[in-house]
Design a protein around this ligand. Structure first.
Ligand code: S3P
Length: 166
């Protein structure tokens, strides 16, 4: 079994919202790897980062993503940093990978008040988001087979477009 589509992109790009709506539109199940990690570890993501650190989170994430790619036939939504793993990027080859693109300004606006994202919490959020995108943009592009901007159109329009392409 292989996912119909795997959604990637930075925090705020709309992976959860679009994932949910796309899965509904295609009558498929959504597997959100962040939710699966929380279920498996029995803690929220901020708790995992605080108690065990990012490295541990990334190990669990890599495992959860590998299993999702092998066994989930619906839509898979990955956490924004999942593509940092070389092994995950290799595993994504051959899958339908949708990169939800967003500008730094809009991404920041959407994540600005959200405290549930440890990597964007504290310090200067703009500098953090920019640094994150400098490192990740090439990686998102490298693994993407479909790219769609999510800042200029509504989630329903994005979903309509994706349904046509998938
Ligand atoms: C992360 C993004 C989060 C979550 C974790 C780490 C990241 O998911 O996996 O906080 O490294 O960008 P979202 O992209 O759904 O916010």
């Amino acid at each position: 079994m292989t996912p119909r589509a795997v959604l990637i992109g930075p925090p705020g790009a709309g992976k959860s919202t679009i994932g949910r709506r796309l899965a509904n539109a295609l009558e498929l199940e959504l597997l959100d790897t962040d939710v699966e990690i929380e279920r498996r570890v029995g803690r929220t993501i901020p708790e995992i980062f605080a108690a065990e650190g990012e490295e541990y989170f990334r190990e669990v994430e890599e495992q959860v993503v590998a299993e999702a790619l092998e066994s989930h036939a619906g839509i898979v939504s990955l956490g924004g940093g999942a593509i940092l793993s070389d092994r995950t990027r290799s595993r994504l080859a051959g899958h339908t990978v949708v990169y939800l693109e967003i500008s730094v300004a809009e991404g920041l606006k959407r994540t600005g008040t959200n405290t549930g994202r440890p990597l964007l919490t504290g310090g200067d959020p703009k500098a953090r988001y920019q640094a994150l995108m400098r490192r990740r943009r090439p990686l998102y592009r490298q693994v993407a087979s479909i790219k769609v901007r999510t800042d200029a159109r509504s989630p329903s329009r994005v979903v309509q477009q994706l349904v046509k392409k998938l």
